[in-house]
Ligand binder design. Structure first.
Ligand code: ADE
Ligand code: ZN
Length: 321
């Protein structure tokens, strides 16, 4: 209904994985360039059932990226694509554990360079968050953060953690030093929680890892006290509607996004892994506004929530709205 308004609305994306932005054409191109045989016909490349299978698919897709120029190219392509959606600013996560052919010390600078070139050419202002995998050890996590501290870049803004949250309690004990070290060094910190973990995963992300915002967080809806806290402390939840329909909820009507918004929690709408889910940000905002009866003012409010939740400096924010 609000298709044209949504397309024209300046937008911000805060929960998106670079790994999930490669479209089939790019996947095929990279495979050909790097002499890798496709395991299935092109039309069936993107298939998965459940989170574990999905994470494996990410590993395979990222294994196609063999050198710095591939990484630069896909970072640049994402910024171009985002501009086509009128996304003005994006914080893109990348989890170096998926990119087996490139060490993070090579991968990250090339992604940052791709973003920088794209911005210089007038495309979306993309920043990077480095994401740890839930199963990483204390040593690996600390090594990553120390590398970030000694290789600062204006487009490298923060640390996150993704993957399967099932063992998040023990994983939080492994990761908390790295998270606090990152936060104390001025990086933004965000945590995937309340997706494959229950509401307690969100509370732990806030209290143990010092999360400044939460990726997903939707299962907080089962805990009234936590909901009150999220609203009172204005803790942003970066929600991904369609992504949650794969395993968590049967349809948008059962998804808690409308309720979280009504409670005054600063929610944002995002795509997570747009190409793998076959979605885009405009479509997600349309889906949400249709399901929850949001009008134009609500959509503007969501985008303002995203600007407020961003990890960039205030000057950049002032340019956004
Ligand atoms: N990595 C990429 N997408 C993810 C998701 N939805 N949950 C956990 N890890 C991810
Ligand atoms: Zn995610």
């Amino acid at each position: 209904m609000e298709q044209i308004f949504i397309k024209g609305l300046p937008k911000v994306e805060l929960h998106i994985h670079l790994e999930g932005t490669l479209d089939t054409n790019l996947i095929v191109e990279l495979a050909e360039k790097n002499g890798i045989r496709l395991p299935r016909p092109k039309e069936e490349l993107i298939t998965f059932s459940g989170l574990a299978d999905f994470l494996e698919l990410l590993n395979w897709i990222c294994s196609l990226v063999r050198d710095g120029s591939d990484a630069r190219r896909l970072a640049y392509r994402f910024a171009q694509y985002a501009s086509g959606q009128n996304i003005m600013y994006a914080e893109v996560m990348t989890n170096p554990t998926h990119w087996k052919a490139l060490p993070y010390s090579e991968l990250i600078p090339h992604i940052l360079e791709g973003f920088e070139q794209a911005y210089g050419d007038g495309y979306c202002d993309c920043r990077l968050l480095v994401s740890l995998l839930r199963s990483q050890t204390r040593r690996e996590a600390l090594e990553m953060v120390r590398w970030m501290k000694t290789n600062r870049h204006p487009r490298l803004l923060g640390l996150s953690v993704d993957g399967n949250e099932a063992e998040s309690e023990s994983s939080n004990r492994e990761l908390y030093e790295a998270f606090w070290e990152a936060k104390n060094a001025g990086f933004g910190v965000t945590v995937h929680a309340g997706e494959s973990s229950p509401a307690a995963g969100v509370t732990e992300a806030l209290d143990l890892l010092g999360a400044m915002r939460i990726d997903h967080g939707v299962r907080a809806v089962a805990d009234e006290r936590l909901l009150k806290r999220l609203s009172e402390e204005q803790i942003p939840l970066n929600v991904c509607l369609t992504s949650n329909l794969v395993e968590l909820y049967p349809g948008v009507d059962q998804h808690p996004l409308g309720k979280l918004y009504e409670l005054g929690i600063p929610v944002t709408v995002n795509t997570d892994d747009p190409e793998l889910l076959g979605i885009d940000l405009c479509g997600e905002l349309e889906l949400a506004s249709g399901a929850y009866g949001w009008d134009r003012a609500d959509l503007v409010r969501l985008e303002k929530n995203a600007v407020r939740a961003a990890f960039c400096d205030e000057e950049t924010k002032a340019l956004l709205f």
